[in-house]
Structure formats: C-alpha cells, structure tokens
Ligand binder design. Structure first.
Ligand code: FAD
Length: 329
C-alpha cells in the first residue's frame, strides 16, 4: 500500500480545525482512495478538543497524529518543523498537504527543505497521472497556469482555499488517534508579548465565501464603513487593494493581490479598484466577479462577470439596502 496522504491541521488556536481543513482533507482522502491508501491528519497544538478530533474523523482522517503540548504554542516554524520531519521520517507518507495560510506557507516550505523534498505552493488542482501526483498552479501573477510533478516522495503541496471541493462530514466516522511524545524543543526565540486585535465580527478574508473589497476610489479610511455595512448584510469579509493599504487605510493583512492574500471566494465585489494585474493575481479565480467603478475603461471590467459604471458612494449604499430587503424576506 502507498504511504498515507497527510493533511497538516490548521486550527483557530481554540482547538477547532479551520474551515479550509474540509477542503484539504477532502482532497487528501480523494487522492489516497485512488492509490489504495488513506488520509491522515497531523495536528500540532497546545489545545485539542474532542469536537476538533471528531470533526477530523468525520472529514475523512483515518488516523490523527496528535502532538499536544504547551511547548508548541505559539507557532514557531523552527519548533514545529523538526517534530513533523521526525514523524515523516518514521512514517514515510506519500504526500503532505497543507493550506495556503500565513502559518502553513512558512511551515510547509521549511518542512520541504528539511526533508529534501519538493513543494508545490498555492495549488489550484491536483490529479494523479500514471501513479504520480500532478499539481496545477498559477504563475506570473496568474497570467499562466503551470503543471508540475515531483521527482520523489513525499509530495508536498499547499492548497488554495475555496478552490477544492470540501469533504462532506460523515457522521459517526472515527479515527485512530496516536499521541507521539515530543522532545522539549530547543528554543531559539522567545515570545515577549502577544496582542490580539478585537474581532470585526466579519469572516476571515482567506476563508470568506463573499469578499467586498475597496481601493483608492474610497478616498479615505473612514469610508470603509460603507463596505463594512454591505459586508455585514451579505456575510462577507472586507479586503483592500494595495493602494488603500499603502495609504494606511487598512492593515496589510487585508491586502489582496500579488504581495497580499490570494482569495477565491464565490463572490468578489470590488469598489473603486482599477484592476491592476498585481491585484488580479490575488482574486481572479473568484467564481463571480462584480466591479463598481466610475471609469468605464477601468481594466477590472475586462475580467468582471458583472460591472456597474457608477459612483461607489451611491452604488454601495443602494446595494446594501437592496440586499437587506431581499435577505430579510
Ligand atoms: C511589485 C508590485 C506588487 C504589487 N502588489 C499588489 C497587490 O498585492 N495588490 C494590489 O492591489 N496592488 C498591488 N500592486 C499595485 C498595483 O499595481 C496598483 O497600483 C494597485 O492595485 C492600484 O490600487 P487601486 O485599484 O485601489 O487604485 P487605482 O489604480 O488608483 O484605482 C482607483 C480606481 O477607483 C476608481 N474610482 C475613483 N473614485 C471612484 C468612485 N467615487 N466610484 C467608483 N470608482 C471610483 C477609479 O476610476 C480607479 O479605477 C503592486 C504593484 C507592484 C509594482
């Protein structure tokens, strides 16, 4: 039997696997099934919950490798990587899949280097051809799509959120939970202080199914409340172009694009964003794109499914009011 298809768990730091795990585990289980193997989850945390373990089983993990220790919190790549590398050395998984998140982007690159294995980052498709994994990923800011495969196992890949079909939870499914011991990690860094920002009450940008995004056309930070009002009504997250971020109107973690986040929501609504290639790199795989811009020649209209030529300060409140009426019905 081929080695297992591992899925590295990304959690919310409260013991619950994030939504994207349904996509990564779904893909791991699908591919493992084709190779007569199984999907397994590897979870490094200081706090696992019974609900979290149950969810991993229901999403298709036949086995969960659980490393639960206070020494693993907060996440530090140099502490987590040797733990994962040691287990991979012993268990020889066929593939190790993760999600495109801030943490796993770094972790998977470190792990690949440690294992001397290949990593395909930001995959939008995975197939098996002649018994080998083939990854599809956008390159050059999404202008080209490349296909690549691995010279040797384990095959490491990070999956773009909201692209892969999520696993349907199978009620009552169980998994074998293994709790390997870990040696006390050698610390090269010490956490001095941790500050958490107050939640906006809106979904997280990378996981949101709807994203409302604002650019320089918003004219100032105070006007983002207009987009937040719309986002609240339709259950979306708020993102921004680099021009808005560079102007200090939004923190960098809200930036969409080549040097920001890559998103793939079901619906992207852009307000006062011209549609520069570097912005498109972060959102062009959105299922439906709707743009509002007062310039009919704005490049964003070339890739938009729906375009509204108009002043965002008129259009956004109108959309908010209409959605409110519709959704209240
Ligand atoms: C190496 C590199 C990396 C980059 N990375 C990124 C990245 O990650 N993300 C990113 O976004 N950009 C990135 N950029 C910058 C990018 O090239 C653009 O400069 C940027 O995306 C422009 O942001 P914008 O569309 O908000 O502003 P602008 O291009 O200035 O567009 C503003 C738009 O608002 C419209 N507008 C103005 N007022 C209104 C109104 N009242 N109602 C409706 N529409 C209105 C205008 O018609 C215009 O189209 C990068 C650039 C480089 C060189």
């Amino acid at each position: 039997m081929a080695g297992a298809f591992w899925c590295i768990v990304e959690d919310d730091r409260q013991g619950n696997p994030k939504k994207v795990m349904a996509e990564v585990l779904g893909e791991a289980a699908r591919l493992a099934g084709l190779m007569g193997s199984q999907a397994e989850a590897v979870w490094l945390t200081d706090k696992a919950t019974p609900e979290g373990l149950k969810l991993l089983a229901e999403l298709g993990a036949k086995r969960v490798w659980l490393f639960e220790s206070a020494a693993l919190s907060p996440y530090r790549g140099e502490v987590w990587t040797p733990v994962l590398a040691e287990l991979a050395g012993k268990e020889a998984p066929q593939a190790i899949l993760g999600a495109v998140t801030t943490r796993q982007r770094e972790l998977m690159a470190r792990l690949a280097a440690r294992l001397g294995a290949g990593l395909s980052a930001d995959c939008t498709g995975l197939t098996l051809e002649d018994g080998k994994l083939v990854a599809t990923r956008p390159v050059y800011s999404g202008k080209l799509i490349s296909k690549m495969t691995w010279a040797k196992a384990p095959w490491l890949a990070t999956l773009r959120p909201n692209v892969f079909r999520p696993a349907e939870p199978q009620a009552g499914a169980t998994s074998q939970v293994e709790r390997p011991q870990i040696a006390a990690p050698a610390e090269s860094m010490k956490l001095v202080e941790r500050r958490e920002e107050a939640s906006t009450g809106l979904p997280e940008l990378a996981e949101a199914e709807i994203v409302v995004s604002g650019g320089r056309g918003l004219k100032g930070p105070e006007n983002f409340v207009i987009l937040e009002a719309l986002a609240k009504v339709i259950g979306g997250a708020v993102g921004a172009s680099r021009a808005a971020v560079d102007a200090g109107w939004r923190p960098h973690r809200f930036q969409i694009g080549q040097t920001g986040r890559t998103i793939s929501p079901k619906l992207y609504l852009g307000f006062g964003i011209s549609g520069a290639i570097q912005h498109l790199a972060g959102m062009r795989t959105s299922k439906v794109i709707c743009a509002v811009n007062k310039d009919p020649e704005a490049p964003i209209f070339k890739i938009a499914d729906y375009g509204i030529v108009g002043d965002l300060f008129e259009v956004a409140p109108l959309l908010t009011a209409e959605f409110k009426k519709l959704l209240e019905k």
